[in-house]
Design a protein around this ligand. Structure first.
Ligand code: NAD
Ligand code: ZN
Ligand code: ZN
Length: 462
């Protein structure tokens, strides 16, 4: 929290007058900003003797002789601007003192560089919507959703563009989402509202909305640490609206806290590309010095190279563009292979064969090559999800049996896996290579990913 900037506090003349008058009748007062956040939220104005200030309440200033506290959880929400205390008409709810009948105190946000803070009480938000599988996404203004029971409302700061969002928008897979829907499952932002019954999250928390938007919590998969296999799961940006939007509601229990040391920009790609490849490396049970080949150095692959390095593997990177291979080298790959200009199976066989091959390229051919590059005892980890019409992998039974090959499907990772991914990043063990984009440019962004014209990941900034 020491990294947070504290807001400065000012007040309008009307607010100063109202505070002074109240203090004359009610005695010494305090102003406490402890719930709600940003522009237009109501601070509590209370007799100093009645408010049990705790260690989490930080004094940030003084208005008309009255100290102003912001609860530590709220500071993040205010860190981009300053508080200007005001009064406005309308009754306050809660137990705050009111300056006069029909008036209440309100905190305005001043000097905020972020445009979306500047307009109070917005009711609509910008979203990117898939309206049909063969049309570009549409930028639509939609009502800001209300968090239902157990949900939180998240004000998005960033959201990565995963290749899965493109499959979703095109209806590529056997199980299809239902248009219209909002994709996006690498969303990171601040909790601005709690739905009924939420006690495990607070306003001001920064959280990630990952692919696993909800699981039942009590089936055998859920209770054995495999919530990613839950049959009841909901997927963000697929079966429920996702994070290509300025706001999104999400199941509070499946939102993963982002540590202070991880920026929202980096946290976005880590929330799917990171956790997915971290898990893929985990399930491959790699011993140090084993050879691991990563097919596809895109959003997922550039992180896979780094996790393979972290478990001590000798890393081979395969891609079809030189830029991605350069990047793989920079991130620590020991060997790189261009699958267009050389035969990866031959090169890997010449290196002694791979113990583990991780298939991240959206190409059935890459899966075949990944399998064929394995040595005895090898593990093929299948992660990419090519479209339905090319989604079958033919494996030779003889080689699979004789070589004792394991074929492993791996789908994202659990909340705990993501927490570990964030911890590793906070420790400086991984680097996220990404470019910022605007949500309005979503269709160009998709085009750029499909033509491999991007750095490893594109991240929408709101
Ligand atoms: P991406 O487009 O960012 O990366 C794909 C990379 O593969 C690119 O660098 C491309 O140049 C490279 N490539 C293409 N053809 C190749 C070939 N024949 N050989 C080697 N490399 C090749 O995509 P991404 O966001 O990293 O996602 C990859 C796939 O993983 C997608 O199908 C996505 O849906 C899937 N995915 C699966 C999970 C999961 O949990 N299993 C999670 C996230 C994404
Ligand atoms: Zn994804
Ligand atoms: Zn379950």
């Amino acid at each position: 929290m020491s990294m947070l900037r504290y807001p400065t506090v000012t007040a309008t003349d009307a607010a100063r007058r109202a505070l002074s008058e109240l203090a004359r009748t009610a005695g010494p007062l305090v102003v406490v900003q402890s719930a709600g956040c940003c522009d237009g939220s109501a601070p509590m104005v209370l007799p100093a003797s009645e408010f049990p200030l705790g260690a989490g309440d930080i004094e940030v200033g003084e208005v008309a002789g009255v100290p102003v506290y912001v609860s530590i959880r709220e500071l993040r929400a205010w860190e981009h601007g300053d508080i200007d205390l005001d009064v406005e008409t309308g009754y306050a709810d809660g137990f705050s003192l009111t300056p006069a009948d029909g008036l209440h105190f309100v905190s305005r946000l001043r000097g905020c560089a972020i445009a979306h803070h500047a307009s109070p009480r917005r009711t609509t938000m910008k979203t990117a919507v898939v309206t049909s599988f063969d049309a570009p996404l549409e930028i639509q203004e939609r009502p800001i959703p209300e968090p239902g029971p157990g949900q939180v409302l998240i004000h998005m700061e960033t959201c990565g563009l995963c290749h899965t969002d493109i499959h979703a928008a095109h209806g590529d897979w056997p199980v299809k989402p239902t248009p219209p829907f909002v994709p996006g499952h690498e969303g990171v932002g601040t909790v601005t509202k709690l739905g009924p019954g939420v006690s495990n999250r607070s306003v001001g928390d920064r959280g990630a909305i990952p692919w696993l938007g909800h699981a039942c919590g009590h089936c055998d998969h859920c209770v054995s640490g495999w919530e990613t296999l839950c049959e009841e799961q909901q997927n963000s940006g697929y079966s429920v609206d996702g994070a290509f939007a300025e706001y999104a509601v999400a199941d509070a229990t499946y939102v993963v806290q982002v540590p202070d040391a991880v920026t929202s920009f980096d946290a976005a790609p880590l929330s799917c590309a990171g956790v997915t490849t971290y898990k893929a490396i985990k399930v491959a049970e790699i011993s140090p010095s084993e050879k691991v080949v990563i097919f596809g150095i895109g959003g997922l692959g550039h992180l896979a190279v780094q996790y393979a390095r972290l478990v001590g593997a000798e890393v081979i990177a395969v891609d079809v563009t030189e830029e991605k291979l350069e990047l793989a080298k920079e991130l620590g790959a020991d060997h790189v292979i261009n699958a267009v200009t050389s035969d990866p199976v031959q090169v890997i066989t010449d290196l002694g064969g791979a113990d583990v091959a991780v298939a991240l390229a959206v190409s059935p051919k890459a899966f075949q090559q990944a399998f064929a590059s394995l040595r005895r005892g090898g593990r093929l980890v299948c992660v990419a999800l090519p479209p339905e019409h090319e989604g079958t992998m033919l494996l030779p039974i003889f080689d699979t049996v004789i070589k004792g090959i394991k074929v492993i499907g791996s789908i994202v990772g659990t909340r705990e896996d993501l927490a570990e991914v964030f911890r590793l990043h906070a420790l400086g063990r991984t680097r996220v290579i990404a470019e910022p984009r605007k949500l309005e440019d979503v269709n160009d962004a998709i085009d750029d990913v499909l033509h491999a014209r991007t750095s490893a990941r594109l991240v929408f900034q709101f």
